[in-house]
Design a protein around this ligand. Structure first.
Ligand SMILES: Cc1ncc(COP(=O)(O)O)c(C=O)c1O
Length: 337
């Protein structure tokens, strides 16, 4: 099967598995796993932050970032398309006791002016204060859209003016960097915390890293333990993450190139892509998503239905040129015949 459902389906390569097998390990809950410590330092340095924290998932990375920077009863401002709003089982509300104020935009981005409209800082006891803004870069539901660096700067400066924290869900931040040519550390500099996933386009089997200032990351560590995210001899997993950061970053450009050329061909054949999609996540319009998904599966290609009018196609490192071309032929038969 050619699996284009998500970049989370990537499997560790032989070289990555060898790095995992060779990892030096210790008990990370005691802070004694040298490979986890190395990954956390490496990530913090890469993003120009004081500290890093290895977590089992992007979901937990977002959650501990929210918990470490808010109190129950406060409000987080984010896009209506944001991952925590749609796909994290309401953990913000259930675990964090948080409200959300949402900004509408099909690409999942927003401007400082739009944030400004949502800010509540008054001491009025009727109101829930907005204390955190969360951006997503790239945006999953926005078709892998990248934030313009100046928009991030403007949102950051608004957050500082209103004494609000800024978190970046950078699950795919390196995909954004590959397109904008802005180094991840510059995005991170604007934000109080930034997390990224190792288990998506970078190809590690598990994990995410949250970076930020030392006191915030210390609080995040407490919440990670509270949530059951202390992972003992996690160096085996951290080794995969380190390997991915050291060897796979540049390959993201290849995923983008394949996504672009796939789109170009299908557009010529009459397919409609509702979003610009500059990175690896594409949406294709169809009136019958479930039928299209089944017809593609019959031809050996896996994709996901998305709502009532589109399917999602994600390119990643386990899809080489041959697989991309083979998938393309199936799409032509199903979508354009
Ligand atoms: C933008 C974004 N944030 C967070 C996550 C959550 O990551 P995980 O699946 O590791 O919990 C995802 C997963 O797809 C994502 O796309």
């Amino acid at each position: 099967m050619i699996d284009l459902r998500s970049d989370t389906v990537t499997k560790p390569s032989d070289a990555m598995r060898r790095a995992m097998a060779a990892a030096e390990v210790g008990d990370d809950v005691y802070g004694e796993d040298p490979t986890v410590n190395r990954l956390e330092c490496y990530a913090a340095e890469l993003l120009g932050k004081e500290s890093g924290l290895f977590l089992p998932s992007g979901t937990m990375a977002n959650l501990v970032a929210f918990l470490a920077q808010t109190r129950p009863g406060e409000t987080v401002i984010m896009s209506r398309e944001a991952h925590p709003f749609h796909y994290e089982r309401a953990n913000l509300a259930v675990v964090g006791g948080l409200m959300t104020r949402l900004i509408e935009d099909p690409l999942g981005k927003f401007t400082a002016e739009q944030v400004s409209d949502q800010v509540v800082r008054e001491e009025d006891p009727h109101l829930s204060r907005t204390t955190l803004v969360a951006i997503e870069n790239t945006t999953n539901r926005g078709g892998g859209a990248c934030w313009d660096f100046h928009d991030v700067e403007a949102v950051a400066s608004l957050c500082r003016r209103h004494d609000m924290r800024l978190h970046c869900d950078g699950a795919r931040i390196f995909n954004a960097c590959a397109v904008t040519n802005v180094e991840a550390r510059y995005y991170a500099q604007c934000c109080d915390t930034l997390c990224f996933c190792l288990s998506k386009g970078l190809g590690a089997p598990v994990g995410a890293v949250l970076t930020g200032d030392a006191p915030t990351i210390r609080r995040a560590l407490d919440y990670r333990k509270m949530l059951g995210g202390g992972m003992r001899q996690a160096g085996v997993l951290a080794a995969a993450g380190l390997y991915a950061l050291e060897h796979h970053l540049d390959d993201l450009r290849e995923d983008h190139r394949r996504a672009r050329s796939f789109r170009r061909v299908l557009e010529k054949e009459g397919a409609h892509f509702p979003l610009p999609s500059p990175t690896n996540i594409l949406y294709i319009e169809t009136r019958a998503p479930e039928r299209v998904v089944r017809a593609l599966a019959d031809r050996g290609v896996l994709v996901l239905p998305h709502g009532s009018d589109r399917i999602r196609v994600v390119f990643h490192r386990d899809i080489d040129d041959a697989a991309a071309n083979q998938a393309l032929e199936s799409f032509k038969q199903v979508l354009c015949a």
